[in-house]
Write a new protein. Structure first.
Length: 307
């Protein structure tokens, strides 16, 4: 059973004050883009003591992905087996194209893909809502990877409402050499706010952004892009300042750090403009590589039932 699952960029990431449980309340406008991982789940015997799940990873990022119980895909399969209440087994293969620790939710994507693949492989047929609940327990970004499209996430980002979008938007992603830890970027955001005496406002969805999405208006969307984690990501990774500037200078309609970074996202006016912008960023030497993608695209989807 093979499932394809997209990366995300955050069009608006408004971060409230820290909560008692260590998370932050958000307005998180997720947008799924055409950069995909694939997860294949195959039959394997259950262990004597319960569920047994193994994972292997292919692709240029394979070396950066844990192969033990820390892998979010393994966690997802084990959580699903627990919900099923009987011993089950699976062998997972992740074909990884989403950068690791890049702020594009690749680990969350693999977890969502695994839920869909194993639900089908094991013939569980769990209702969507139940898969969503298991997803939310795995991580704040996992439910969106199931849903895809464009959606507003509130709470930790796990409570989703679909946003209506006209047409396609064209993106360029400047991939960085290293990664950033999500928890460290949130902590740096709190630290910077405290140091400057800034009180975090209660997050609100931007009406300008919503109207631009509904109208398919890339120019207005570009100006409305917003990420409260950006100052913290730039503080932890100074070279990104140059990356963003290069994109703006080469005609991007909008430029921002994707989520907790360090990937930078640029909105272009057309597919041709996105291709030209990616080439310009590559030539300027301000990133490891630049790739184009379009959004919105669907969430985790079965592409082959190859059993
Ligand atoms: C920032 C965002 C934007 O979409 O993603 P990335 O850009 O890293 O992919 C998300 O909020 C990340 O979601 P996700 O990566 O699923 O985070 P989780 O596993 O739930 O939490 C990891 C850590 O991030 C912090 N965290 C996460 C979500 C949230 N609403 N408030 C937080 O403070 C907490 O320190 C938590 O321990
Ligand atoms: N299947 C997976 N793919 C990528 N990273 C994973 C996976 N499972 C666990 N991880 C761990 O999660 C961390 C963050 O992963 P990722 O989702 O790629 O980043 P981000 O939160 O920036 O979007 C990685 O550094 C890695 O150690």
């Amino acid at each position: 059973m093979t499932v394809r699952v997209p990366a995300k960029v955050n069009l608006q990431l408004s971060v409230g004050p820290p909560r008692d449980d260590g998370y932050h309340d958000l307005v998180n406008v997720f947008h799924a883009v055409s950069l995909f991982d694939e997860v294949t789940a195959s039959d394997a015997p259950a262990g004597s003591g319960g569920a047994a799940v193994t994972v292997s990873v292919e692709g240029q990022y394979a070396g950066q992905v844990p192969l033990d119980g820390e892998n979010l895909a393994v966690k997802a399969a084990l959580a699903l087996a627990e919900r099923a209440g009987r011993p089950l087994g699976a062998r997972l293969l992740i074909r990884k194209a989403i950068p690791v620790a890049g702020g594009m939710a690749g680990g969350s994507a693999d977890a969502a893909a695994t839920l869909v693949a194993c639900d089908e492989l094991w013939g569980l047929g769990l209702p969507r809502q139940e898969l969503m609940e298991i997803a939310a327990a795995l991580g704040s970004d996992v439910p969106f990877a199931l849903l895809g499209g464009t959606a507003v996430g509130t709470g930790r980002g796990e409570k989703l409402t679909t946003v209506s979008v006209t047409g396609d938007f064209h993106w360029v992603f400047a991939l960085a050499a290293g990664g950033l830890s999500t928890a460290e970027v949130y902590a740096e955001c709190d630290r910077m706010r405290e140091a400057s005496g800034e009180r975090a406002a209660w997050p609100q969805a931007s009406q300008t952004l919503m109207t631009a999405l509904e109208a398919g208006d890339a120019e207005t969307l570009g100006k409305a892009l917003l990420n409260d984690l950006q100052p913290a990501a730039l503080m932890l990774c100074r070279p990104l300042v140059r990356t963003l500037e290069a994109g703006r200078n080469h005609g991007a309609l909008g430029a921002l750090v994707s989520g907790s970074g360090p990937t930078c996202a640029f909105l272009a006016g057309s597919e041709a403009k996105a291709t030209a912008l990616a080439a310009a960023l590559d030539a300027a030497g301000v990133c490891r590589s630049a790739v184009t993608a379009r959004g919105p695209v669907p969430g985790a989807t079965i592409v082959r039932a190859d059993r």
